[in-house]
Design a protein around this ligand. Structure first.
Ligand SMILES: [Zn+2]
Length: 182
């Protein structure tokens, strides 16, 4: 197939000395790669670690986002944009865009914070023991950029029994179509 194209290109080189023939690679010879949209989020490789100076984060994020994401703050319950949000899609890290939680795992915990029973992939979040406020809790962070998301508690619904209690301000929502195209 390729040989035939090369022979054709050679034959078309005129006697004038200029060879203007372009050999176009036949489509079948191009490597085929599945589109990103066809790979479930949970099976996609984790993005590379994102490391930025605190001054950069401070410039990029709103003051509320910076206080929660980079200073492990907590928004007031029932105050965020997403605790009562019910659209179909994916919740991403507001600092770096990594997909974190699927709306299909969101449930109404009655706490006033967005609550999920599992992340989109176990490698999407990191957990750290948090002994602040005189309590022993498990902090949840974005695994790509180490931003604070919230906490995880062992009092969630089936099938995991976990409750990821996440600040709205730590999340951006992308509907199913937007999320699949990324
Ligand atoms: Zn992140």
């Amino acid at each position: 197939m390729r040989l035939r194209h090369l022979l054709l290109a050679t034959a078309l080189c005129g006697v004038s000395g200029g060879c203007a023939t372009r050999v176009v690679e036949p489509p079948l010879l191009r490597p085929t790669r599945p589109a990103a949209a066809s790979v479930p989020i949970a099976e996609r490789p984790m993005p590379e670690k994102i490391v930025k100076a605190e001054t950069e984060w401070r410039e990029e994020l709103t003051p509320d986002q910076y206080r929660v994401l980079r200073r492990a703050g907590t928004e007031a319950p029932f105050s965020g944009a997403l605790w009562n949000h019910h659209e179909d899609g994916v919740y991403q890290c507001a600092a770096c865009g990594q997909p974190l939680f699927d709306s299909r795992t969101k449930f109404d915990s009655g706490t006033g914070w967005p609550s999920f029973w599992q992340p989109v992939g176990s490698n999407r979040v990191a957990e750290k023991t948090d002994g602040s406020l005189g309590m022993r809790r498990t902090e949840v962070l974005c695994s790509a950029c180490d931003s604070h998301l919230g906490h995880v508690f062992p009092d969630g619904p089936a099938p995991t029994g976990l409750r990821y209690c996440i600040n709205s301000v730590s999340l951006d929502f992308a509907n199913r179509t937007e999320a699949a195209g990324e």
